[in-house]
Design a protein around this ligand. Sequence first.
Ligand code: PMV
Length: 312
Amino acid sequence: MTRSAVRASAPGKVILFGEHAVVYGEPAIAAPVTQVRATARVEPASTDSGLRLVAADLGESYTLAAAPPGAPLALAARLTLDHLGVSIPDAVLIVQSTIPIASGLGSGAAVSTAVVRALAGFVGGLLKPAEVSDLVYETEKIHHGTPSGIDNTVIAHERAVYFVRGKSPELLSVGAPIRLVVADTGLPSPTKRLVGHVRAGWQSETARYEALFERIGDIVREARRLIEAGDSPALGPLMDENHALLDNLGVSSSTLNRLTDVARRAGAFGAKLSGAGRGGNLVALVDAENVAEVADALKRAGTVRTIETVVQ
Ligand code: PMV
């Protein structure tokens, strides 16, 4: 069968509220970050060449048949073909991404989502966002160990979501645009290790950790109400409080505490770490008037990259 080239992409993501507590059954809210994307392109190749996977940014290239064990690209490709019940096509799949790696912006889930979408499109399969999300979840287990599933959900749906582990995600209707500065500390944020660190804390101080998770859950429920009501400045104090609770869980750092303070002093309505913590990104809530000042202050204070994005 002659097939034509297919291209698909997927955005980054940011967790607005509820990271870590979401692993323990509390809700979390996340939104796509469309300014950064992963892209996959599948092109037909000569007969009997099999499927070649090329991670252009990493300089990696291998066939599906000879993929290194645990390679997420290969897993995403295999899961997609199995799910659709089709055999391996003769093709080259090239992946590229502008999403910073290991910084809490969902680069792994976005790359897998782009692969699943492009490959499904190439072999003529139609996948609903929920099916894409389920396939990507399987690849997330490699990165995270015990992922809650929030990254694959928000990225596959490309909408702000209210997420509870094990339940169907609820797509949020955002009452008024929420303007954010997402700023990268440049420090790694090893999700698996930090999730393990919280687990160890919960095992040794169960009551204290559960009280923190519950309070985070209350914040997320209140944030949802404000987001739907379009009252975005009122989200600021909730972000500040969520950050303080994450600090109490032991996943912040002096850098994240300092940079969230810098954002607040420059006029942000609130700021918090986003994702697994220790390093990675922070998110600051701004408006059209103070966005430039907050972004500049964060750059001067040493962040390696800022992204201005609007959740709507
Ligand atoms: O991948 P990150 O850095 O955005 O972190 C994921 C969020 C956690 O709640 C810490 C883990 C999870 O699986 O939900």
